[in-house]
Design a protein around this ligand. Structure first.
Ligand SMILES: [Zn+2]
Length: 431
């Protein structure tokens, strides 16, 4: 089965058969070419020929980010003169990792992004304005560009930031779609308001949102998503991707989760014991790349917690869908019997009208449990406000964390420790 967007519309059985064939090829390939996996297979002494189905995958030990960080080169399956592109992970958690791509990997990446734009209702009539960087070893920028080219649509590479230039270009070249970080879209809206640009009369009809969540796990728009669409009536498409997987999950027009691209990836969602979770339950996204030549990965734990849905989608695709990222595994808070991730906590705090600003702090108490303190800047210091805030948190969290009210100046100090450049929202002091 060759690359074709039609594959996602085939029956679940056909899709599974295709994935399993590709899985067998991948296992045989890394066993021959990857120093890391060759060693792993020898050490764990299993017969690679025994891996035939997706369930059989579970016998393969998991690969973690530290493996990739410490033995980056041992993942490379080709001689260096076959490498075309050196991409790099952002390194937000730990040191960045190099992901090297061959010509075939670039073709795969192009196909991946082409399908992503098709998922998100793209046509050759579209003109995409890319509000992101094309360089700094950023894989996604290159992927968007080549995917749009394959789609036959127009592309404007404007780069991140500079709202004035973004608007000037939208008005001049009549972009129909933007690819941007959602919080930057808010900045665009703000700029438009200040400069009397009527957003509703511009040519832009949709936004491909990258890097930040615009939805809750039930797929309704979160506070950020609502703030955008309340001010600007455009369709928002959520995406989830990472450099390591060289693949994106992109929403279709139903906006009920990002679709898996079955020819490119097998995804497992695992619990803390590394057992598969049921649909609707949060699990760590664990990926096996299919068809990657340079640096294929088997059962790589991404650290991202998502929820999946494998029910039918009204768009007709028979592929699994992933929710927005619920949180990073390392940031999970176990708080008085509930499990909580910073993004959902932030969303809750953003929505509370009596809270103007906040920082969440978590530390381990004497018995090793997580303890949460919310540093809050309330709209006023009245008892009534305090009562309302506590009642709100009680209703949302079912337990009340420690609350510390700060004034504006104190809040600033907490948010910008040691002349940090970016405001801190989450402080993790756990051992
Ligand atoms: Zn769909």
């Amino acid at each position: 089965m060759t690359y074709s967007p039609d594959n996602s519309f085939k029956s679940k059985d056909e899709i599974r058969a295709m994935q399993e064939k590709k899985l067998q090829e991948t296992v045989a390939y890394v066993n021959e070419h990857s120093p890391f996996y060759k060693e792993l297979f020898t050490q764990s002494r299993f017969n690679i020929k025994g891996i035939k189905t997706i369930e059989d995958l579970s016998v393969i030990p998991l690969t973690i980010k530290e493996n990739l960080q410490q033995r980056n080169n041992d993942f490379l399956c080709v001689p260096r003169n076959k490498i075309i592109e050196y991409s790099s992970t952002s390194g937000t958690l730990g040191s960045p990792v190099t992901i090297a791509l061959t010509e075939n990997d670039l073709t795969r990446l192009t196909y991946n992004e082409y399908c992503s734009f098709l998922n998100a209702g793209g046509t050759p009539d579209d003109i995409y304005q890319l509000m992101l960087t094309m360089d700094r070893q950023f894989m996604a920028g290159m992927a968007y560009y080549s995917g749009i080219r394959k789609l036959g649509a127009g592309v404007i590479r404007l780069g991140p930031g500079v709202p004035s230039l973004q608007w000037e270009t939208i008005l001049k070249l009549k972009s129909t779609a933007i690819v941007a970080v959602p919080s930057f879209i808010l900045k665009l809206i703000e700029y438009a308001k200040e400069h009397n640009i009527d957003v509703s009369r511009t040519s832009v009809k949709k936004a491909i949102c990258i890097g930040e969540n615009i939805r809750n796990t039930d797929f309704s728009l979160n506070t950020l998503g609502k703030r955008i669409t309340d001010a600007w009536d455009i369709k928002l498409y959520s995406t989830y991707a990472s450099t390591e997987m060289q693949t994106a999950f992109t929403e279709c027009s139903e906006c009920r989760g990002g679709h898996l691209q079955p020819e490119l990836l097998i995804v497992e969602l695992l619990d803390e014991m590394n057992k598969p979770v049921a649909a609707g339950q949060p699990g760590e996204v664990t990926i096996t790349t299919l068809g990657v030549e340079g640096m294929p990965l088997l059962r790589y734990k991404t650290g991202d917690i998502c929820v999946y849905d494998d029910g039918p989608c009204a768009c007709g695709r028979n592929t699994l869908r992933l929710s927005p990222v619920v949180g990073r595994k390392k940031q999970m808070i176990k708080f008085k019997g509930t499990t909580l991730y910073p993004p959902s906590l932030f969303d809750m705090l953003n929505e509370m009208e009596f809270i103007k600003d906040y920082v969440a702090e978590v530390k381990s108490n004497e018995i090793g449990m997580d303890e949460v303190t919310l540093h809050l800047l309330p709209i006023n210091t009245s008892e009534d406000t305090d009562r309302k805030i506590r009642a709100y948190l009680q209703a949302k969290l079912r337990v009340i964390p420690n609350i510390q009210y700060l004034d504006k100046e104190q809040m600033h100090k907490v948010q910008f420790p040691e002349s940090g450049r970016k405001a801190v929202k989450f402080i993790d002091r756990r051992s």
